[in-house]
Ligand binder design. Structure first.
Ligand code: PEP
Ligand code: MN
Length: 275
């Protein structure tokens, strides 16, 4: 593998966003709905994320949907709902960037930009992300090898942006009973191949709520530096990915259950917050 910038170094990278550090001792929780739908929905989600000790609020405003007839996201209107809810609860923001146009809109408005699985090898976008200074969450492609994933990260670093966080979100296999297969081997493998922090999204891997807590715990046990989890105040009403969205209560319970797992591998978890 030709990975001069992404390859393992003497020191692991820590990515600082506001006063949160990804890749330090504390496991960072990032959560929120798949898609931003309203101001009210985002406030309820933000409250739940904050209460559980989460640091970063997620919510897609440009949604890459399989069908053109599915909800495509609120676009610019949604960015305001994401930002206002995050500001109200003292959270940072992450949302998916799709292309040059959405990058222009988002670059000064959100803290972290997410490259979705379907765009992991959009090399034009990766080059543009090398030119900015926002941290980037690079999701592994649906059928990307570890080498392809790390090479995609190399594009961003070689463009000049060293703030890359890798995210394993499940890969496509022959197994249809989960939405994707969470590749926990890859999580531990990239930690020995690269100095970049690695987070896990158990929501898109599972595609169902009931096994998300178990996958999240396993992710922490194998060395993930953080978790990206879909949380919706009313999953049954969600415009996208409701079947894999935890309620704020389920998310708080999970955060508490993660604490002993984190401690057992020498990591820590933020404390729940009064909101
Ligand atoms: C998402 O985070 O909602 C999303 C679309 O994720 P992925 O790119 O992993 O499918
Ligand atoms: Mn989703």
């Amino acid at each position: 593998m030709n990975l001069p910038l992404v390859g393992l170094k003497d020191e692991r990278s820590m990515i600082r966003v506001g006063d949160t550090i990804i890749g330090a001792r504390e496991i960072v929780l990032m959560a929120g709905p798949c898609a931003v739908e309203s101001g009210e929905q985002m406030r309820a989600a933000a409250q739940g994320v904050k209460a559980a000790g989460g640091k970063i609020l997620r919510g897609g405003v440009y949604k890459p949907r399989t069908s053109p007839y599915s909800f495509q996201g609120l676009g610019e209107e949604g960015i305001d709902y994401l930002r206002e809810a995050a500001a109200e609860y003292g959270l940072l923001t992450v949302t998916e960037v799709m292309d040059e146009r959405s990058l222009d809109v988002l670059v000064d408005k959100v803290d972290i930009l997410q490259v979705g699985s379907r765009n992991m090898q959009n090399f034009h976008l990766l080059k543009l992300l090398g030119e900015i200074r926002n941290p980037v969450i690079l999701k592994r492609g649906l059928a990307a090898t570890v080498e392809e994933w790390l090479s995609a990260a190399e594009y961003i670093l070689s463009g000049g942006n060293a703030q890359v966080i890798l995210c394993e979100r499940g890969i496509r296999t022959f197994e249809p009973s989960t939405r994707n297969t969470l590749d926990l081997s890859a999580v531990s493998l990239v930690k020995v191949l690269s100095h970049l922090p690695v987070i896990v999204d158990p929501s898109h891997a599972a595609g169902r709520v009931d096994i998300i807590p178990a996958l999240a715990k396993a992710a922490v046990a194998v060395g993930a530096d953080g978790l990206l989890i879909e949380v919706h105040p009313h999953p049954e009403e969600a415009q996208s990915d409701g079947m894999q969205s935890l309620t704020p209560e389920q998310f708080s319970r999970l955060a508490a259950e993660l604490r002993p797992i984190a401690q057992s591998v020498g990591r820590s978890m933020a404390h729940p917050q009064e909101v």
